[in-house]
Design a binder for this molecule. Structure first.
Ligand code: PLP
Length: 398
């Protein structure tokens, strides 16, 4: 499809908010204000101080999103960096001693940082989820050892939407003397994250209407954290580098909109309604399987369509103006089935037949209904054409 450089094609149905969201108009305006503030926030002169004040104001707004004091906010270059700072910064400060507990359904940023910590000598236990896609807090309790320094669990899974029992896990970890990091990248701006009692919380601006490449980590007072990026001592010494003033201002503006929306029962009810409408439309197809349908974010719908490949379906939907994903955006193009679905015990062929539909602030009922119709028609067409090739059907059915 051809796309205008000025923004999304108005005819497109964008159901990939879990990969990234359209930038909120408030964030676009803030971005412009940030670009106009040409001073370096570390400069003494008034141009620098104007930029400093703007960043301080933005920090207060992001602190409200994260539920912490404003000096507890460390701006980063995105969610992956916030996560790496949380995990590697905590273990580096402990001279790479101690034990990390995490789960098999985490985002690659957590699993990658855990792997990097292991190369420094940190012991790592990776807990599997239940077949429902949820991590049982008792499995975390069993994994915790006397030397467990940190437990890292996601608030909701990016592929399935499964909401994890992070409050119960935090209670268990704290009772055992361990710290907790929550990857709230998928939930910020959708579920309230300020009340989370975790110590460290990671968020990413582009998942709630900000721009890509900006994130934040909530760090409690007195937490021992070693910077990963060394230099001029910005962000209280936790993250060197001249601040991304436009991106930070845009993140703050998006956070204010998102915090208000996430607290609004009308918005929540609308998203639940969108989910129900999508599933009702898709239910016209035989044999579909919704991977997680309880304790799940309304906004994320992961469905297996036996008899078709998820990547083929996503490509066909794209040609028809509907943007969905086969799972995590980072796995697009990968032949191996999703590590999340595999960890849940979903057979490889069913995992490969999966598509993820994800909504957000700009999603309308009309778009969801139309997307369901196009999907039903596309799956029927693909099943018919695969039906002409028995071997191929055997790969997809399962
Ligand atoms: N954690 C989760 C659950 C995510 O979904 C993502 C992005 O897909 C990340 C972390 C990484 O965030 P970023 O894209 O800002 O690096």
């Amino acid at each position: 499809m051809t796309r205008s450089a000025a923004g999304p094609d108005p005819a497109e149905i964008y159901l990939d908010h879990a990969a990234t969201t359209p930038v909120a108009p408030e964030a676009v305006a803030a971005l412009g204000r940030g670009v106009a503030l040409h001073g370096n926030p570390s400069s003494r002169h008034s141009a620098g101080q104007a930029a400093r004040e703007a960043v301080d104001g933005a920090r207060a707004a992001v602190a409200r999103l994260l539920g912490c004091a404003h000096d507890g906010v460390v701006f980063t270059g995105g969610g992956s960096e916030a996560i790496n700072l949380a995990l590697l910064g905590t273990f580096a400060a402990a001279e790479w001693r101690g034990h990390l507990v995490t789960t098999r359904i985490e985002h690659a940023a957590v699993l990658g940082a855990a792997g990097a910590a292991a190369t420094h000598g940190v012991a790592v236990t990776v807990v599997p989820p239940d077949p429902s896609g949820h991590v049982d807090p008792e499995r975390i309790a069993e994994a915790i050892r006397p030397d467990t320094l940190l437990v890292s669990v996601m608030h909701a899974n990016n592929e399935t939407g499964a909401i994890q029992p992070v409050e119960r896990i935090t209670e268990i970890a704290h009772a055992a003397g361990a710290l907790v990091h929550v990857d709230a990248v998928q939930t910020a701006g959708k579920l309230p994250i300020a009340p989370l009692r975790a110590d460290l919380v990671s968020v990413s601006a582009h998942k709630f209407g900000g721009v890509k490449g900006v994130g934040a980590l909530r760090v409690p007072a007195g937490h021992e954290l070693t910077a990963l990026i060394h230099g001029g001592g910005q962000e209280s010494g936790y993250r060197a580098g001249t601040e991304n003033v436009p991106g930070i201002l845009a993140m703050a503006a998006a956070a204010e909109v998102a915090v208000t929306a996430s607290a609004d029962p009308v918005v929540r009810a609308h998203r639940e309604h969108l989910r129900a409408r999508l599933l009702a439309g898709l239910a016209e197809l035989d044999g579909i399987r919704v991977h997680v349908d309880s304790r799940v974010m309304a906004e994320t719908v992961s469905v297996a369509f036996p008899g078709v490949r998820g990547d083929t379906l996503a490509d066909l939907l794209d040609l028809r103006g509907v943007h969905v994903s086969t799972g995590s955006a980072c796995h697009a193009g990968s032949e191996s089935p999703s590590h999340v679905l595999t960890a849940m015990g979903v057979p490889a062929d069913l995992a490969r037949s999966t598509a993820r539909f994800s909504f957000g602030s700009t999603t309308t009922e009309q778009a969801v209904v139309a997307a369901a119709e196009v999907t039903v028609d596309s799956v029927r067409g693909l099943r018919r054409s695969w039906g002409a090739t028995p071997a191929a059907v055997a790969v997809g059915a399962g």
